[in-house]
Design a protein around this ligand. Structure first.
Ligand code: C2O
Ligand code: CU
Ligand code: CU
Length: 565
């Protein structure tokens, strides 16, 4: 009798355990692309995220989210971005230092069916970056559908350190976001700042097996608006080793870290004292923040409400697995030797104010004006080291992001710069009634006609016009006008696999080439093309095409017709 009773209890508890574990889905670890050529195809598709209907999503080589791109510092990387979406889009390399024309901001619009081929020399430090669409007024919708991916940069300094770096094993990336669904399981893509259910790397209710050892987690806040106050369920200490733009000088111990939209941290967490099979949760401790904290609003529904607001919720369920064969055992005492800019390095100061938008329009803008494509808000001379102060006297927090540079946050009006933001940064969280000052050097890429963006990274705010633009100009570049001809011919014509450009004047060169088909549709976008080896046109079907070439010096556009056999 007793024996039977035990059995029944055992079966009952087994049932409970199985049921509980069925609540989780295995975290998807994005696949990786390495080397120097990266083929990315954006497409509309469906993903089974909930029981019942599939959700309309968009992905990059996938149904939702995209591959992780591994870049080596010093390499020239070539990106082949094919837009197979039904809409125009852009793809921005968040955090990358590159020419503005390659940046993938709102100006580099890729029409449907077009191949965009930016390239640049990777000069960023080893850290975790990401890519995402940046089409003005459409960023929230396109990011909500799932477009985006990680970039992991590696360099010699990072490689020399004893850090976990076996991707997907003891080094895992997690992109944190949340979604609200309609009753038909469609994503709510507008008039909704917060989701009701977590999605990590596109996985709902994610669970990951991590080995019983020191593990590195690369965390990206890929939200529309919500900040995350991240900690482990048992309150254990973890070590922040990197933020947005590189490793810190030394690991910083933490139990809770506030991560705003667009920000990244890399942490080391020690699982060596956990039992194999035990579980641990990474949680967001988002309860009890003052008004103005993004995601602190008390409502559960509506544009600014959410089931996850102002509460503690689970971000990632962790199951401890066996130790791997060569685990990293200790947290290094020091990492790299960053030489940060200080306030006294700056030779020029600017201020950017968060202001209230026009009644009836978006709630916020910058410096009393919404974003305008035709207005250059700031002109920065090449190689300037500048101090920018961003002030927020409004009723809500924001996440200020700047393109082109990584900056050093030098001060905050409400106290010290946080330890989690003590390294190179490209996003800063700006709480209510505070200001923050950073110093950055605007080196390498001058371009008087292609601007870089700065904006609030909350997608609804950015789409609403809380964005401005700056150009970096080279004041020494007043070299004599050498009055060359910008005339060119295309050969061979007809062509099959490659076409070449022949300039009438050997002083001429190409700044931008667009290949347009007979219907006027842009097929290829080639910023600063290297014409030595010709242009690969093997993806074009036979027909008549036009090459629109903008020359380097005069930025004058001329067109030549050619035929693809
Ligand atoms: Cu991550 Cu201008 O963006
Ligand atoms: Cu960016
Ligand atoms: Cu904002």
């Amino acid at each position: 009798m007793f024996h039977i009773k035990i059995k029944a209890t055992f079966l009952f508890s087994l049932f409970i355990i199985m049921n509980l574990s069925a609540q989780y889905n295995t975290l998807w670890i994005p696949d990786t692309i390495s080397g120097t050529t990266f083929n990315l195809t954006l497409r509309d598709t469906f993903t089974q995220l909930k029981t019942g209907n599939q959700t309309i999503t968009a992905g990059i080589n996938h149904n939702i989210w995209g591959p992780t791109l591994f870049f080596n510092k010093g390499d020239i990387v070539h990106l082949n971005v094919k837009n197979n979406l039904n809409d125009s889009t852009t793809l921005h390399w968040h955090g990358m230092h590159l020419p503005a024309v390659m940046d993938g901001g709102p100006h580099q619009i890729i029409p449907p069916g077009t191949l965009w081929q930016p390239f640049w020399k990777v000069s960023n430090n080893a850290a975790t970056y990401w890519y995402h669409p940046h089409l003005h007024e459409m960023t929230q919708e396109q990011m909500t559908k799932g477009l985006g991916g990680f970039i992991i940069v590696r360099d010699a300094e990072e490689k020399a350190l004893a850090l976990p770096r076996t991707y997907g094993v003891d080094d895992i990336p997690i992109a944190l976001t949340s979604r609200r669904y309609t009753t038909n399981n469609a994503f709510v893509t507008s008039k909704s700042s917060y989701g009701d259910e977590m999605l990590v790397n596109g996985t709902p209710k994610p669970e990951v097996s991590l080995p019983k050892q020191l593990v590195r987690i690369r965390i990206l806040n890929a939200e529309m608006e919500r900040s995350y106050n991240l900690g482990f369920s048992d309150g254990r200490t973890y070590y922040i080793i990197a933020n947005d733009g590189g490793l810190l000088n030394a690991p910083v111990a933490a139990t809770k870290t506030l991560l705003a939209v667009g920000e990244r941290i890399e942490i080391l967490v020690d699982l060596s004292n956990d039992a194999v099979g035990a579980t641990l949760d990474l949680n967001a401790y988002n309860g009890g923040f003052p008004l103005g904290f993004p995601g602190g609003e008390p409502g559960k529904t509506g544009e600014f409400g959410s089931l996850l607001n102002n509460t503690t919720f689970n971000v990632l369920h962790i199951k401890i697995a066996a130790t791997t064969s060569n685990p990293i055992k200790t947290v290094p005492t020091s990492l790299v030797n960053n030489k940060y800019w200080t306030e006294s390095d700056a030779t020029f100061s600017r201020t950017i104010k968060v202001t209230n938008g026009n009644p009836g329009g978006a709630p916020f803008d910058l410096d009393n004006a919404p974003f305008s494509f035709t207005k250059i808000n700031h002109t920065v001379p090449l190689n300037n080291i500048e101090k920018w102060t961003i002030t927020n006297n409004g009723v809500f927090g924001h996440a200020f992001h700047i393109h082109d540079v990584e900056f050093k946050l030098v001060s905050r009006s409400n106290g010290a710069v946080g330890v989690h933001e003590s390294g190179w940064k490209d996003v800063l969280y700006l709480p209510v009634n505070t200001s923050a000052t950073f110093v950055a050097k605007f080196d390498d890429y001058a371009d008087a006609i292609h601007p870089f963006m700065y904006h609030c990274h909350f997608a609804p705010h950015e789409d609403g016009g809380m964005m401005g633009q700056f150009v970096v100009t080279d004041p020494t570049n007043f070299s004599q006008i050498d009055n060359y001809s910008t005339k060119f011919t295309v050969f061979p014509n007809p062509a099959t696999n490659r076409v070449y450009v022949n300039f009438e004047d050997s002083n001429a060169s190409a700044y931008y080439i667009k290949i347009v088909n007979a219907l006027g549709k842009t097929m290829m976008m080639l910023p600063k093309p290297d014409l030595q080896n010709g242009i690969d046109i093997s993806n074009l079907s036979s027909g008549i095409y036009f090459m629109q070439l903008m020359d380097n010096k005069y930025k004058k556009e001329s067109t030549q017709k050619f035929i693809v056999k």
